[in-house]
Write a protein that binds this ligand. Structure first.
Ligand code: NAP
Length: 396
């Protein structure tokens, strides 16, 4: 799919097909856009910093490989709640403004929302893989303006054609957790569709956004999957195909896990104390890996500044990796990575019906603060999503 992506682009570029679009265009209201409706924050803080506006700056294509997407639905993740409170601000500011030209706070008004499902409205001159009218989905990098808005601009290589079998509201529950899972399992963990059939995988935290997607992907690839979750999430994860479920709320979970056969890979969505015992559950000296999604990287740079924070992070990960290597297991950090081509693969699988979205609750665009509160309360059972385009009349 990745190769096809590039071939198609090359062909269209040579033919100059799909290329060249107008600078302004009409939306459903038939007026040229210079502003749009969005939920923004003007400073970091609790939920009260969320502000609805009809006058957010309309996002403009700056590079020839970018596309403008009309947002139909947006998805929320724990990261949105954390970013609302200022998490990662130092590193994200550096990504947005590497030469440090802008004054502090130039990221505001900031738009949250990492998942988008919508329709391509406009394409930069180099974009051949998409054309206006295409239904697409994407996971939005945290340094870019998010999807709690009418429109978003992304690089075409971050975008993918959305599964035809899903509505926008269902589709939007997947991109961020799918891109993260793909990055953690494939790029960091070395798993793929051809090498999973005899693998035993443990997912710590199977009932949330990442867990419910990772279970399904691993089952499509033929792995044996064990998850930890609360007792009341057992039915959900069993319905997604899990082989073994361990309730972490009734006694020390590590003791129950030690009674099981050892694992080839542990995906840790929980962090904290887990890494003190989770690596002992791996098969030693067999290439087995522990991949955690809960890392101190952004916390370190927030607390210590960029240079010291990155140094501290490098020392921490290298020390831990070395310590565990001497015991015959691999210790790794996993990160979200924006990737249209990873989502292309997910689209194919979803359209076969083998992965389904797990939407716990859907909110209207006027209910974004309630949706954020829901995510902040935790105990997710799948995903929280927001409909954007279909609900214009209900906005505040
Ligand atoms: N590094 C990265 O780039 C990256 C990317 C994406 C996500 N993440 C991180 O990965 C983690 C998971 O993300 P997510 O989107 O799946 O979060 P989520 O949707 O909030 O799900 C977390 C799930 O874990 C369950 N849980 C809580 N404590 C548990 C425990 N001790 N054992 C087993 N299950 C437990 C929760 O339900 P109950 O509390 O009811 O049990 C909930 O279902 C988050 O910390 C997120 O910040 C990191």
């Amino acid at each position: 799919m990745h190769v096809l992506r590039r071939l198609v682009c090359g062909m269209c570029l040579r033919l100059n097909k799909h290329a060249g679009c107008v600078q302004t265009f009409s939306t459903s209201s038939s007026r040229p856009q210079s502003v749009m409706q969005a939920w923004v924050i003007d400073k970091y803080g609790d939920n009260s910093v969320l502000r609805f506006t009809r006058n957010a700056a309309f996002p403009v294509i700056h590079y020839p490989n970018e596309v403008t997407i009309r947002v139909h639905a947006a998805g929320l993740n724990p990261l949105d709640v954390n970013m609302r409170g200022g998490y990662g601000a130092a590193t994200l500011a550096m990504k947005r403004d590497p030469l440090n030209m802008n004054k502090a706070g130039s990221e505001f008004p900031l738009i949250l929302g990492r998942d988008v499902s919508g329709v391509v409205m406009e394409c930069g001159l180099d974009v051949g893989y998409f054309k206006p009218g295409d239904e697409v989905w994407a996971a939005i990098p945290p340094w870019k303006q998010g999807s709690l808005a009418e429109f978003v601009v992304l690089s075409a290589n971050e975008v993918s054609h959305k599964p035809k079998s899903l509505s926008h509201t269902d589709a939007v529950s997947l991109p961020y957790v799918a891109a993260t899972t793909w990055s953690a399992l494939v790029n960091t963990g070395g798993l793929n569709k051809d090498n999973c059939s005899k693998k035993r995988v443990l997912i710590l935290g199977g009932s949330g956004g990442v867990g419910t997607f990772a279970i399904q992907l691993l089952k499509v690839w033929g792995a044996h999957v064990t998850v930890t979750c609360s007792k009341n999430a057992e039915q959900l994860v069993r319905g997604l195909g899990v082989d073994d479920v361990v309730d972490y709320t009734s006694g020390p979970v590590e003791r129950k896990l030690r009674d099981l056969d050892k694992f080839d890979l542990v995906l840790d969505n929980i962090g904290g104390e887990t890494e003190k015992w989770a690596l002992t559950l791996l098969k030693p000296w067999s290439g087995a890996k522990y991949v955690t999604l809960v890392t101190p990287f952004l916390h370190n740079t927030d607390q210590l500044g960029l240079a010291d924070g990155m140094m501290q992070t490098a020392v921490t990960v290298a020390t831990k990796a070395l310590k565990h290597l001497t015991k015959g297991v691999h210790y790794r950090w996993g990160f979200f990575a924006p990737s249209g081509s990873a989502l292309d693969n997910v689209t194919e699988i979803v359209d076969t019906g083998k992965i389904r979205p797990v939407v716990e609750e859907t909110f209207s665009f006027s209910q974004v603060p309630q949706a954020m509160q829901k995510v902040e309360r935790g105990h997710a059972r799948g995903k929280t999503v927001v409909t954007v385009a279909e609900e214009q009349d209900e906005r505040p």
